[in-house]
Design a binder for this molecule. Structure first.
Ligand SMILES: [Zn+2]
Length: 459
């Protein structure tokens, strides 16, 4: 999952659903299907080219074989839904896995994977790419018009792109009821082999998600569940890959600032997992080489919590000599307070000036005073908003729980629970001033609470 990207989240009116035949268009691409959800405004060919390039770059970076497209990838076959199901149902024995292929069940191998066809009577059978000698599940790459429409659909504003399948998780977690169209969209991304992102997403976040796909394939082939590894390692792997490809090494000063304050790898705050994770992966690559790191990921006998703890002294020594510019320290503080997430949670009402301050901070051009300036700006209660913006803000309340669930501090649970009760009460009373002030209190306490450890303490 990519939680960082600071795209200017223009608040687009929440998708007013126009009744089209289908709420998405499926476009074949060499590695599966690109699902254009609610017609994002992108240059389709350019996007396919960029995504194809990103796959090649990521796999090549790790010296992994690049998935080979099926010769018929551009022309998936349509088949009658009834005939497809009849065929599948005649072989119930195939439903019970147990095949040789680590990626596909015997049934999927025999009958293909069905995507929604042009009409309810038809299924689209997308050919399987081949990777490392195996047929693999096609990658479904979903593109939404905006982060707002994507986050709103899954009732989770904590990420800007995601790999790994979300429909089941989303539907279990949330009390929201979805329209038929929305359910159809969610089902597209049910499988692990899927990415969702917004048309505003940048190349780096695309590479980050594709890195998760590469790591997932690699681990799966060796019988290791990628998602059972610590997030420090999985997110670090993805960020290290994407940052290397875009020549962004801001993780180094962020990791070093944490290290020089006595930070421990066994207890990395949620907000720093990505950058500190990238520093850990970089160090492991330096010690073992890319091949050595990949072997470690695919080794089920590795005790990661032990490895991570014992790595701390070498990691601190390695980053001890890094020095910081003013901009580096201010960016570290911004990341530590997760201001990128504050930006996403406040997007419908965020003043332009506050956005400019954030941009400066994340670009490494800010100062530590900019942090206080950001909080001053967002602490001023904006004028009573339209009903649409009210709803967009209310839709963000469950994100506090998602953030808290990833936090190791047990006291935050009660803080979050009290906050949620207050936000629910003020929103049902349509009490904007109290709602907004409580919302900001939530950002400070639940999202940014590590901000009490000021970066200026670093030497
Ligand atoms: Zn990620």
């Amino acid at each position: 999952m990519r939680k960082f990207a600071l795209a200017l989240t223009l608040f687009v009116a929440l998708f007013s659903v126009i009744c089209l035949a289908k709420p998405f268009t499926l476009v074949p691409w060499p590695y599966g299907v690109i699902a254009l959800v609610q017609t994002p405004s992108i240059d389709q060919q350019q996007f396919v080219d960029d995504a194809t390039r990103a796959v090649k770059d990521v796999f090549s970076f790790w010296d992994l074989p690049v998935p080979a497209p099926d010769t018929n990838w551009a022309t998936p076959t349509q088949t009658s839904s009834q005939a497809w199901w009849n065929m599948a149902m005649q072989h119930p024995e195939m439903l019970i896995g147990g095949g040789e292929n680590p990626f596909l069940s015997p049934m999927q191998l025999a009958f293909g994977t069905a995507y929604p066809g042009d009409d309810p009577e038809h299924e689209l059978i997308v050919p399987y790419p081949v990777w490392s000698g195996w047929k693999i599940m096609p990658l479904t790459l979903g593109v939404f018009p905006s982060g707002e429409s994507m986050n709103n659909l899954v009732v989770d504003y904590t990420f800007s792109a995601s790999f790994g399948g979300l429909a089941g998780y989303t539907m279990l977690r949330s009390e929201r009821s979805w329209t038929e169209d929305e359910q159809e969209i969610l089902h597209l991304f049910w499988d692990r082999s899927s990415i969702i992102m917004s048309a505003e997403g940048d190349k780096s976040s695309l590479s980050h998600e594709i890195s998760h796909w590469a790591a997932w394939l690699w681990c799966q082939e060796h019988g290791v569940q990628l998602f059972s590894l610590p997030r420090l390692i999985t997110e670090g792997f993805a960020d290290y890959t994407a940052d290397s490809l875009t020549h962004d090494d801001s993780w180094r000063t962020i990791g070093a600032a944490w290290a020089q304050q006595g930070g421990n790898l066994a207890d990395v705050p949620r907000q720093l997992l990505y950058e500190v994770g990238a520093s850990v992966i970089s160090l492991l690559v330096q010690e073992k080489g890319k091949k050595g790191l990949l072997e470690m990921l695919a080794d089920p006998t590795v005790d990661w919590s032990k490895e991570i703890s014992s790595l701390t002294p070498a990691w601190r020594r390695w980053l001890a000599a890094v020095s910081f510019s003013t901009g580096d320290l201010a960016r570290y503080e911004a990341v530590l307070e997760d201001l990128a997430l504050c930006n996403r949670l406040l997007a419908p009402v965020l003043p332009q000036e506050a956005y400019e301050v954030l941009k400066r901070l994340y670009d490494g051009r800010g100062t530590i005073q900019d942090i206080d300036h950001f909080w001053d700006l967002v602490s001023q209660v904006p004028p009573e908003p339209s009903e649409e913006i009210w709803q967009a803000m209310i839709a963000r309340i469950p994100s506090f729980l998602i953030v808290q669930a990833q936090d190791s501090d047990p006291d935050i649970r009660m803080v979050r629970a009290r906050l949620e009760i207050k936000l629910d009460k003020y929103s049902s009373n349509h009490d904007w001033k109290d709602f907004y002030e409580t919302f900001i209190e939530g950002l400070r306490d639940v999202v940014a609470h590590y901000g009490i450890q000021k970066a200026t303490d670093a030497n």
